[in-house]
Ligand binder design. Structure first.
Ligand code: ADP
Ligand code: ZN
Ligand code: ZN
Length: 705
């Protein structure tokens, strides 16, 4: 039997020893009065630290701490020499059961215990997600319970009570088609439903009715939307439609607000939350329904660090909570369609717009035959300008959609063809301010435009390509009554700015809205009767097996912005490929079913999702070879050990090979055998840790670049 006092003194000495490593040693430790000995180490607990490191870390506990600590509890610990928030990952175990390499007495103690614990369902979800996505548990828990939600980022840890308003909701009257969809989903035996409704069919109204039902039954609801940019408008519509306070949850929330909302949801004071992908982690109680609006959107995938797919996690969370999931879309992804086709999901279809408003008429403008103008850097047909002018003369509004990818302005030498690139990334720099300024959209590098070609020193540097900015400049020259506003990442620096732009357009202060991807995400402008897709072809040439599917989704969404009000809509698509299958589908010359069947059989043949699964391994390195070679080694190892069960493709460079001077090479693992796929990823990961290679794992990657 160890003399407790001796054990205590020896631990004390070790602490002193530890202190001597600190940069600024604290005051000389005072021997405690014998009556109040320091708490003795009786237990050990595993702690998840929010760092990009795998595994959990052991810390020592006193008996008292062991009694009160629960898995999922927020704590503070010293990690290395830094104090950090962290999470209890397991139930404490007695020291006698501890099998770690260090003596329990040598483990660090916990610095502070926070009065906040991850709810059990999120704890389970987090543990599952960390395994499935090969993500560090601490980073997963951090996504669920951010330091800001703990109050650690605010001066006051204590949350302020959120005032919960309850009021009479605005009445909703569903059309008979909506009624049928609502009842079908509500009464379906499947726990997941696909609400497959054309743009303007009124999916939101159905969501509202489903939410009301859940609230009546005493359960809470999460509504997920693809973009924060969309939520302000939706938030108001939601609160009005259900008659109580709705939490708006997104990455731009102020810290104090995040803390207050987290607690209000956790205590059951708020029962509905709307937000982008991180809303899948809100601590609502008794979740009865999770709605994923525009379920096909790529923004549901988190593309860095903890790479999760919010739609897929919604399905996992709902399953363990006994909740329903409704996936809404006009153009569901093939994975979802396949589950609906096989009856795994209930499939509800709305084929008409609300109140029989016609779907817009879709025309192509064949750019290889049309008379075009080039002043905007990107060709615009005379026929389009004429239509825009006529639309504006009738007092109606116009949307111009320009896909940014590859179509920003860049500087090109007329003599040697050289394009001015970012010094740190393998992409061309974008020209701003009428050619005076260059900016890299990947790393943010900015510099004045050079006056001579960096390669041949010629003075013939010309602005090429066409961005939204040049189109904005050119349009009023062509059409005198055009009042143009622009909606893209450069313009929209805050939610407030976005609301200003959208508000002024809605109010009719401007009559043309030019935008990139952002404007397609569900905005409802009743004055818009003409939508122009300035360059459809750029959507077709993306090196990704999902490119046709994505192109159809984007163009359907863009087209869907036309004619949502009283007057019918019209869409003009500028293209050199009017026979492309996607355009044929949009014009109803090819049936959507035929198109999807074709895509489906291609995927089946090549074992792409949903028929096979993918994991991408990526190595980042400052040197090209250090990025490629480790992957060659990993490939050989995996092929030798798992060759019959998985396919290994690559290594190949990412579509953008270099960002901020870091090279990126990929290996794609493909298989129908999910267990082997995960085993391969684990093997690669372990190997990378041992060899100090920076390797990241992306499970179910959504973009192949
Ligand atoms: P979706 O999300 O399917 O594209 P929305 O939900 O935005 O469509 O609805 C399209 C338009 O029709 C909106 O202006 C909406 O207010 C209107 N609408 C849809 N359903 C109803 C309804 N039952 N009662 C009144 N207006 C409706
Ligand atoms: Zn040159
Ligand atoms: Zn750059």
């Amino acid at each position: 039997v160890v003399n407790p006092l001796l054990a205590w003194t020896s631990r004390r000495r070790r602490e002193e020893c530890h202190l001597s490593f600190e940069l600024t040693p604290g005051p000389e430790p005072q021997p405690a009065a014998p009556r109040t000995p320091a708490p003795q180490v009786t237990h050990v607990v595993e702690v998840a630290v929010p760092r990009p490191l795998f595994g959990t870390f052991s810390y020592s506990l006193s008996a008292e701490q062991a009694q009160s600590l629960r898995p999922g509890q927020a704590i503070q610990v010293k990690f290395g020499r830094k104090l950090t928030h962290a999470y209890v990952a397991s139930s404490p175990i007695p020291v006698t059961d501890y099998r770690g390499s260090l003596e329990p007495e040598k483990l660090k103690a916990i610095e502070a215990v926070e009065p906040i614990v991850l709810p059990a369902d999120l704890l389970d979800l987090g543990q599952w997600a960390a395994k499935y996505y090969h993500a560090p548990l601490g980073e997963v828990f951090q996504a669920m319970l951010p330091a800001a939600a703990m109050g650690l980022r605010s001066q006051k840890k204590q949350p302020r009570a959120i005032e919960r308003k309850v009021f009479e909701p605005t009445p909703i009257e569903l059309s008979s088609a909506q009624q049928r969809a609502f009842h079908g989903i509500r009464d379906a035996k499947q726990s997941t439903a696909l609400l497959h409704g054309v743009t303007g069919s009124g999916k939101t109204e159905i969501y509202l009715m489903l939410i009301r039902e859940q609230l009546k039954a005493g359960r809470s609801v999460v509504l997920m939307v693809p973009e924060i940019a969309l939520t302000p408008q939706l938030h108001r519509r939601l609160e009005a439609g259900i008659g109580e306070t709705v939490a708006m949850w997104h990455s731009a929330l102020a810290d104090g607000k995040r803390r207050d909302l987290w607690h209000a949801m956790h205590e059951g004071k708020i029962r509905v939350a709307v937000g982008a992908r991180s809303a899948v982690f809100v601590p609502l109680k008794q979740v009865g329904l999770i709605i994923v609006d525009e379920e096909h959107e790529a923004t549901y995938k988190q593309e860095e660090r903890f790479r999760y797919h919010a739609r897929d996690l919604a399905l996992v969370r709902a399953k363990s909570a006994g909740a329903k999931v409704v996936l809404g879309s006009a153009t569901p992804c093939l994975e979802t369609l396949e589950a609906a086709r096989t009856g795994k999901y209930y499939w509800s279809k709305l084929t008409e717009r609300y109140s029989k408003r016609p779907l817009p008429r879709i025309e192509t403008v064949q750019m290889n035959q049309a008379k075009v103008r080039h002043e905007a850097g990107i060709p615009v047909a005379d026929a389009v300008i004429k239509s825009v002018r006529e639309t504006l003369e009738r007092g109606e509004q116009v949307l111009l959609f320009l896909n940014r990818r590859g179509f920003a302005n860049f500087l090109q030498c007329d003599d040697c063809g050289e394009v001015v690139e970012c010094s740190q990334c393998s992409v061309s720099m974008t020209v701003h301010h009428g050619g005076k300024h260059l900016k890299c959209h990947l790393c943010g590098e900015q510099r004045p435009a050079p006056s001579t070609c960096p390669s041949c020193k010629s003075y013939e540097l010309k602005v090429s390509g066409g961005g939204t900015e040049r189109l904005e400049e050119a349009l009023p020259n062509w059409i005198s009554n055009a009042k143009v506003v622009r909606l893209d990442r450069d313009q929209v620096t805050s939610t407030k700015r976005l609301e200003e732009i959208l508000g002024s357009f809605r109010a009719g202060e401007s009559n043309v809205l030019i935008g990139t991807q952002m404007l397609v995400k569900g905005h409802d402008f009743s004055g818009v009767t003409l939508v122009v897709v300035v360059n459809a072809d750029s959507l077709f040439h993306w090196p990704d097996f999902r490119a046709p599917e994505r192109a159809l989704q984007t163009l359907t969404q863009v087209a869907g912005r036309a004619g949502r009000g009283e007057k019918p809509g019209r869409v003009m698509i500028q293209t050199r490929q009017p026979d492309h299958a996607v355009i044929q589908v949009l014009q109803s010359k090819l049936s959507i079913d035929d198109f999807l069947n074709e895509e489906r059989s291609l995927r089946q043949e090549l074992q792409y999702p949903p028929f096979g699964r993918l994991i991408r391994l990526r190595v980042d390195s400052a040197h090209r070879d250090d990025s490629r070679k480790p992957l060659e080694f990993v490939r050989d190892q995996l092929e030798a050990q798992l060759g019959g069960r998985i396919q290994v493709l690559g290594p190949s460079e990412a579509v953008v090979e270099r960002i901020k001077n870091v090279y990126r090479w990929d290996l794609i693992l493909k298989s129908t055998d999910l267990a082997s796929l995960h085993q391969a990823a684990r093997m690669a990961r372990d190997w990378a840790v041992r060899h100090k290679v920076e390797l990241s794992v992306d499970v179910d990657p959504q973009s192949m670049g």
